[in-house]
Each structure stands twice: as structure tokens, then as C-alpha cells.
Design a protein around this ligand. Structure first.
Ligand SMILES: Cc1cc2nc3c(=O)[nH]c(=O)nc-3n(C[C@H](O)[C@H](O)[C@H](O)COP(=O)(O)OP(=O)(O)OC[C@H]3O[C@@H](n4cnc5c(N)ncnc54)[C@H](O)[C@@H]3O)c2cc1C
Length: 461
């Protein structure tokens, strides 16, 4: 590894791999840092180690990551796997933890391509063993070929929920039901965006195929479910819900929850980049120019960290960010830059055409983003309930940082990644404010827990 790189890229998903390959082609010195042992990110996780059976099951969308990863390996970009970045500075210093040791490395420019995370789904009982995210199941399946034993129920909404349902059913898992929060009105809200979505019909067809597969397998499917609750004494026993105005309960050994994914903004927050609120999908995203540059000089963002647009968009956005970096560092002329980006921008427009439709169709449900039951745990690390947050807000806590200082919500090991959005939503509800007026937690390093020993062993100049 070098002392100072032209370009450090954090994340080896579609955005990071594509940016690294492109930047290397322009002769820049590049380092890619990623927590995972091999490149691929969320969608192409463990692709190079996946056996033929799983490869066939995960389908074309998964397999097509092969060429991206191969090109990345063929590039001269340095690659630091199993390394977690826990701090960035506006001077483009990157602090990381690898093999139990903490280190620091510098760059002229940095690309944050750390992807997305599942939106928290705080319902009563969601912290019981046997309840997890559908995305987490996807991670276990891709990385370790694990599928659950016993009865499984999936609840929430979003394309990933259906994808995981199909994968599990294909593997012979006993899927007892899909409890979808989407109602007829959501389809109506999405209709105005359907003509735009037709620009890339393959996404619509994929959705219809998944729906058909669930029907073919006769998996009971409930629409517009409400009042989801988990019951069980020391682990999940059943999930209850309202459907068509009537109460239902289904026994299960595993409940998989999902309500879409949201940008992973911990790094851009820690750097104090400007952020904007997406009122449809109800998440924060960094404020960017058309190249992915943030409000902090020399720090840019690509992929799902910039907003949820999917894997192919992430790849193109990674390339655009790399082209801009090559130009800023004097590796290419403005003419070459413009010539290169024209087809990329066209592709990006096509890939993103489906998003307004998907965003309108799969809007997060208020029952999840503003839990009404006071006993529901919101901050899992510190075991703080919705009622405690509501009460602290009502006593004068106008923002998440005030509430955090008083009751420690967001102060645990996850640093608010799990509860940040929900805490702000509850405060907004109590004071009848808009989310941009409430804001978000101040994010401090370390972004994820590191041992004091590792910190103490760092060389200090
Ligand atoms: C759990 C989950 C499962 C998904 N599964 C699918 C799917 O099956 N099909 C589909 O079409 N879309 C899926 N998506 C959406 C998909 O991830 C994205 O559209 C696409 O992968 C985005 O690419 P990206 O490069 O922006 O980020 P990602 O692919 O998410 O890659 C981000 C990378 O950053 C690394 N990283 C994050 N934080 C740090 C850190 N602090 N230090 C070092 N490295 C870090 C991660 O290890 C990861 O490799 C999934 C999303 C999630 C959250």
C-alpha cells in the first residue's frame, strides 16, 4: 500500500468496483477498502465463491456481476478487504481497522460507496430471537448458503421481500405467508409513473415474475395488513395482524421483516456533508452535484449511499464519479470527460426511469416509521422505547441530539444506524414538525465499535 493515493474508494459493491476500474484505466493510483472478504457488495455478495446451484437460483441479475468483479481484479487498483472504515476527515484521511490493527491512509480524493441498509421495522416484539430482516436472510443465503428450518413468515413490503420469498420457496423452505402492507391505494399512487417505468420494462417484468412465482407456489398472500405484532415469551411464537378488519395470527419459527432500504449516510453525516430529505421514501441522502460531489471538497458519493437507485445505476454512478475525479486530478481533458460521460448519462437516465414508480408503490408504512405502541423498542442497543422518546420529546426535546443526551437513544454500539430515522420521526410527530426541521443525529467517530487496544496501537506522527 502507498502512503497517499490519488483516489480511495470505500466499498467494493457495484459503485466502488466500477469507479476503481475506471479510475485505474486513467492511470490514477487507487485503493479500495471494504469490510467484506471479497468484492461484490450486497447484490453480488460472495459471487466468486458461490456454487453452481445457488448461482442458478440467484439468477441472471446476480450472475452478471461476474464481469464487473473480473474487470476490477484485472485492474491495478490496490484492494484492502476485511477492513472497516471508522472515521473520515475533510482532509481526506481514512481511518480503518484491519486484522485487529487500526491504521490511517490518505488520498487526494475519496469516494464513499458504502451502499444501503435495511430500514428498521420497529413493531411490538421485533427484538425477540427469531425475528430478523429479510435482507439479513439474503446475506446469510449468499454468504453462507444458509436457509431457515421450520415455519417462516415474511412481512412488510418492497422488491427485496418478494425476492427473498422466492429464493426461500425455491430452496424448499416452509413459507407460511407473506404479509404485505401495500394496499390498493398504493397502486393508484404509483400509476402516474407507470409510463416512465416502461422505459426499462425488464424491472416490471421481474416484479411480475416474482409475484407469479409466489402465486404458483400457493403461498398465502395477505394485502394491506395492519397492526403487525410479534408474540412469544423468549422467542417468536406467532405473528398477529389485522386483515380486512379482522384479527389473524400465524404461528411461525422465523419472521422476516422488510420495509425497503435506505442510504447508509453515517460517513457523510460524520463528515458534516449537507443532506436532503426524500419525502416519498422518507430517508436522508447527501446533497450532491451531477458528478456525485458532496458539499465537502474532494469527497464524493456513488451508488445507493446517494439514494436508492439499484445496482446498475450504482455502477454507472461509480464510473461518472471516477471520470470527474480523473478530470479534477488532471488525468483527462474536459473534452475527453464530456465525450466519455455522454453515453453514461443516457444509460443512467434509463436505469433510473423505474424509480419514481417503485418509490410511489413501495412507500414506507407509517405504522413502521412512527410506531404508535409506547412499549415498542426503538433503540435496540440501549433498549429505549417509543414511549420514552415520545415523553422526552414532549418535555421539550426538539431534536434527536437533545433526546439522545437525555435518554441515550442512538448512543449504543450501532451509533443510531438502527434507530436514527425512527427517533426523528417520533419527535416530528410529537411537535407536528417536518423532518427537515427536526434533523438527524450528529454522527461521531468511531462509526462502528473498535477496540481501545487497536486505537492505542496506532502510530501517531
Ligand atoms: C441487505 C441488502 C440486500 C440486497 N440484495 C439485493 C438483491 O438481491 N438484488 C438487488 O437487485 N438489490 C439488492 N440490494 C440493493 C443493492 O444492494 C444495491 O442496489 C446495490 O448493491 C448498490 O450498490 P452499491 O455499490 O451502492 O453498494 P453495496 O453493494 O451495498 O456495497 C457497499 C459496500 O460497502 C462496504 N462498506 C459499508 N460500510 C463500510 C465501512 N464502514 N468500511 C468498509 N466497507 C464498508 C460493504 O461491505 C459493501 O461491500 C440489497 C440491499 C441490501 C441492503
Amino acid at each position: 500500500m502507498k502512503g497517499v493515493y490519488d483516489y480511495i474508494i470505500i466499498g467494493a459493491g457495484p459503485a466502488g468496483c466500477a469507479a476503481a476500474t475506471r479510475a485505474d484505466a486513467y492511470g490514477l493510483s487507487v485503493l479500495v477498502i471494504d469490510e467484506q472478504p471479497i468484492p461484490g457488495g450486497q447484490i453480488y455478495r460472495t459471487l466468486e465463491r458461490t456454487d453452481a446451484r445457488r448461482m442458478a437460483l440467484l439468477g441472471k441479475d446476480y450472475q452478471q456481476g461476474g464481469s464487473l468483479i473480473e474487470a476490477f481484479h484485472h485492474s491495478k487498483a490496490d484492494y484492502l478487504p476485511q477492513a472497516m472504515v471508522w472515521q473520515l476527515t475533510p482532509d481526506a484521511d481514512v481511518y480503518y481497522l484491519c486484522d485487529g490493527s487500526a491504521g490511517r491512509i490518505s488520498a487526494r480524493r475519496i469516494l464513499i460507496a458504502t451502499g444501503a441498509q435495511e430500514r428498521p421495522v420497529p413493531i411490538p416484539g421485533w427484538t425477540l430471537p427469531g425475528v430478523m430482516g429479510a435482507g439479513a436472510m439474503d446475506v446469510l443465503f449468499k454468504s453462507s448458503a444458509l436457509v431457515p428450518e421450520g415455519k417462516v413468515v415474511l412481512a412488510g413490503t418492497g422488491p427485496l421481500l418478494y425476492l427473498v420469498t422466492c429464493h426461500l420457496a425455491e430452496c424448499g423452505v416452509d413459507v407460511k405467508a407473506v404479509l404485505d402492507t401495500r394496499a390498493f391505494g398504493d397502486y393508484l399512487k404509483a400509476m402516474p409513473w407507470l409510463p416512465g417505468a416502461m422505459q426499462a420494462p425488464e424491472y416490471l417484468l421481474k416484479g411480475l415474475r416474482m409475484r407469479a412465482q409466489i402465486l404458483r407456489r400457493r403461498i398465502p398472500y395477505y394485502h394491506a395488513v395492519r397492526n403487525l405484532q410479534v408474540s412469544g415469551s423468549n422467542r417468536v411464537g406467532a405473528v398477529s395482524f389485522k386483515y380486512n378488519g379482522q384479527s389473524h395470527s400465524i404461528e411461525t419459527d422465523l419472521l422476516l421483516l422488510h420495509d425497503g432500504v435506505v442510504p447508509n449516510t453515517q460517513m457523510t453525516r460524520q463528515l458534516e456533508c449537507d443532506h436532503v430529505w426524500d419525502p416519498v421514501q422518507r430517508y436522508w441522502k447527501p446533497k450532491l452535484d451531477c458528478w456525485g460531489n458532496t458539499s465537502v471538497a474532494n469527497i464524493s458519493v456513488a451508488g445507493d449511499t446517494s439514494g436508492i437507485y439499484g445496482a446498475k445505476s450504482a455502477q454507472i454512478a461509480g464510473e461518472l464519479a471516477a471520470v470527474d475525479t480523473a478530470f479534477c486530478l488532471g488525468a483527462i481533458s474536459s473534452r475527453e470527460k464530456e465525450k466519455t460521460v455522454r453515453p453514461l448519462r443516457k444509460q443512467l437516465k434509463r436505469e433510473r426511469a423505474i424509480r419514481p414508480f417503485l418509490d410511489a408503490l413501495f412507500q414506507p408504512h407509517p405504522e413502521f416509521y412512527r410506531p404508535v405502541n409506547d412499549d415498542t423498542i426503538v433503540c435496540r442497543c440501549e433498549e429505549i422505547t417509543a414511549g420514552q422518546i415520545r415523553e422526552t420529546a414532549a418535555l421539550g426535546g426538539l431534536g434527536p441530539n437533545q433526546v439522545k443526551a437525555q435518554i441515550r437513544s442512538g448512543m449504543g454500539p450501532c451509533q443510531g444506524r438502527m434507530c436514527g430515522l425512527t427517533v426523528s420521526e417520533i419527535i416530528a410527530d410529537v411537535h407536528q414538525l417536518e423532518m427537515p426541521d427536526v434533523g438527524y443525529f450528529h454522527i461521531r467517530p468511531p462509526l462502528k465499535p473498535i477496540h481501545l487496544r487497536a486505537l492505542a496501537s496506532m502510530e501517531i506522527e
